[in-house]
Design a protein around this ligand. Sequence first.
Ligand code: AMP
Length: 219
Amino acid sequence: MPSFIVLLGPPGVGKGTQAKTLSERTGLAHISSGDLFRENIKNQTELGKLAQTYMTRGELVPDDVTIAMIRERLGRPDSESGAILDGFPRTPAQAEALDVMLQEFNGRADAVPYITAREDVLIERLSGRWTCRAKGHIFNQKSNPPQVAGTCDFDGSELHQRDDDKAETVKRRIQVYLDQTSPLISHYRHQGKLIEIDGTQSIEQVTQALMDALKKYPS
Ligand code: AMP
């Protein structure tokens, strides 16, 4: 049965970084809704144009559009044995849609790791974050600097600051998370799936905590 891992947590807590590592270690596909939107923006698709108007303001893209995009992505062959969901669901309506989609794909989400950190830590991390243009590898000028400033360690591409990582938008994104995404914490806690992980530990410690937590679930 396909196994899905839903990574929950505020922007800047390290979901993207951890999802990439978990994907390598488990062999499950990494599905990042933010990356899918950014890919559409790069390719100037209609979806990209629409998403951009919300993303630059730090707002969420409407549920129907987001759900349709994820539904299409989950239908691709590399998600057949499951996936790590990074940034989706982000609203109660998306969580409900995911439950329905998983039933359709005959899959299940047993584990919902919830990575936490205080707001001042998130703001500091997001404003010091550098992202690679080619594949979205993530660095941080303080906690995880690249070996050569401005260059991705993995593929040599240029590092840039995401528009929505600028200070004013970061605050808006955290507020949107508190208003719209945090209700999912109690939703998954009630289902007995939530695993809380301290996101202020080192990247390696968070990975270890995630791997330890996931061992408890059948693959
Ligand atoms: P992220 O890379 O996960 O921080 O997402 C960047 C931006 O993409 C968010 O601030 C939203 O504008 C949009 N986005 C990503 N995932 C979702 C989602 N599940 N629902 C709505 N908007 C999303």
